[in-house]
Design a protein. Structure first.
Length: 299
């Protein structure tokens, strides 16, 4: 009878020849990005070019997470939003050098993006859930200037929500006592929010909606246990664990539960919260079959 160990990574660190490497924290995702600065460029200064490069890197990482075709307009709205959260999702960077080009100087950097934090921000503004299918709503916007109405249209594009007659989600926004006040009614429940700007009220409403959608999805039976057997080395288990955390269109989360030693090698078990079972099976086949590993998904 195989003996399960309380700490999966303890056995990995004990078995691996490169134990010191395996026991380190999983590194962040480095994204190479570039920006040009100088007269006649969008970025006039080196600091502005650095900020543009950070935004480019975070946007590329977000698009990799979403793995869905977005319109140019929505990409622009997403990039605009991500530029406001750079301080939260960029953990560090290293400069790769500067090159003189026509009209300015090109700055190249490697940007360490906190992928988990970025996912949280994409979930909060709904893009994580609406990249492929928008949420339909009925919107009542009262007392809005043309500028505010335009801003709300921009927010709809970012969040992936669109107005549709008869939709089950109903949103109302209006100015009240020098703040913006809103309500949202949906099958999941109702909420209200206010803020100094229409952006603040909108975020409060939709962050609530998408958080409930996430909880409801996890509670609706979209959970599974994955068991993979036949691993020959500990670092291969660790590499697969990292890969699972990048399968964003297949999985919401993956948590290593235990590792056991068996005659045929190591066996490892993960607890999963699914996004798309078909996509998960496709990814597992691509990864495990060439390595002659056996897998079982229990729901």
């Amino acid at each position: 009878m195989p003996r399960a160990l309380a700490s999966p990574w303890r056995i990995l660190c004990g078995l691996a020849v490169v134990a010191a490497v395996l026991c380190q924290a999983v590194p962040g995702h480095a994204r190479r990005a570039e920006a040009v600065w100088g007269e006649g460029q969008v970025s006039k200064t080196r600091a502005q070019a650095q900020g543009e490069a950070f935004t480019n890197a975070v946007t590329d990482e977000a698009l990799d997470i979403l793995r869905a075709p977005l319109s140019e307009a929505r990409r622009a709205a997403l990039r605009e939003y991500l530029g406001t959260v750079i301080g939260e999702v960029v953990r560090g960077y290293s400069e790769l050098g500067m090159t003189q080009v026509q009209g300015g100087t090109r700055l190249a950097v490697d940007v360490d993006v906190n992928r988990d934090m970025l996912k949280d921000r994409l979930r909060q503004v709904g893009a994580y859930y609406t990249a492929e299918e928008p949420v339909a709503m009925v919107l009542q916007l009262s007392g809005a200037s043309p500028e505010v109405a335009e801003r709300v249209s921009r927010l709809q594009l970012l969040y992936g929500v669109e107005q549709r007659a008869g939709a089950s989600v109903r949103v109302a926004l209006r100015p009240q006592n020098k703040v913006w006040y809103g309500t949202l009614d949906a099958p999941e429940g109702s909420t209200s929010a206010d803020g100094a700007s229409v952006d603040d009220a909108w975020l409060g409403l939709w962050a609530w909606y998408f958080s409930h959608r996430q909880v409801a999805g996890a509670a609706a039976g979209q959970q599974a246990v994955l068991r993979v057997t036949g691993w020959l080395t500990a670092d291969s288990v660790e590499a697969f664990d990292r890969a699972l955390h990048d399968w964003d269109r297949a999985l919401q989360s993956a948590q290593l539960q235990d590792v056991t030693m068996r005659p045929g090698g190591l066996a490892a078990t993960w607890k999963l919260v699914l996004v798309n079972r078909v996509e998960l099976d496709r990814r597992l086949d691509e990864y495990l079959a060439p390595r002659k590993l056996t897998r079982e998904v229990l729901q």
